[in-house]
Design a protein around this ligand. Sequence first.
Ligand SMILES: [Fe+2]
Ligand SMILES: [Fe+2]
Length: 192
Amino acid sequence: MSTPPARDPALLLEHRAALPDEFCLILADLPRAEWAAHPDFNGLAAFWLDRHLAFRRMLDALGTEARARIDGALSAETYAARLSRLGSRLLGDLMGHHQIEDDVYFPELARLEPQIARGFEMLDADHHALHGLIDRFVTGANAVLAATRDAPQREATGRFLADLAGFDHLLARHLADEEDLVLPVVLKHRLG
Ligand SMILES: [Fe+2]
Ligand SMILES: [Fe+2]
């Protein structure tokens, strides 16, 4: 029996640089460059990519606004309001997205393509790793919101921005690998 993805060092989110070769079976027949022209693209496939794009944009906006706060281009009050609103939205949307993937989509996709089922277990393990980073995100954001005076808030924002970079990096890896695993299966089986 093979090592569970959550304990296989090569499959850990922080160790990966791409979707591992063993899971590229369907991707080889349906490479990323061909997805948009596929006759069944404008359903679940396009929706999935759109959700991921929204997460990337929210992360970008959080970074841009944190840098603006550190540079003094945003006031403490304005930044706190924006961080509170955007941070809550990102985390709420992301947790809901992970839950439906783990509970509904991944089991269904693994059933359709059992030879790459371990890939979906790997993505589920990624979600657990990302939830550890989400806890850190919440702690950092709360420290920013608790520091109402200018200098302490800018310092807290600097620490939050450093954590955000790590979160952004691993979330981007997860999203890209998930797209490479999921989208070819969705298109091949004409789901959605
Ligand atoms: Fe995911
Ligand atoms: Fe996803």
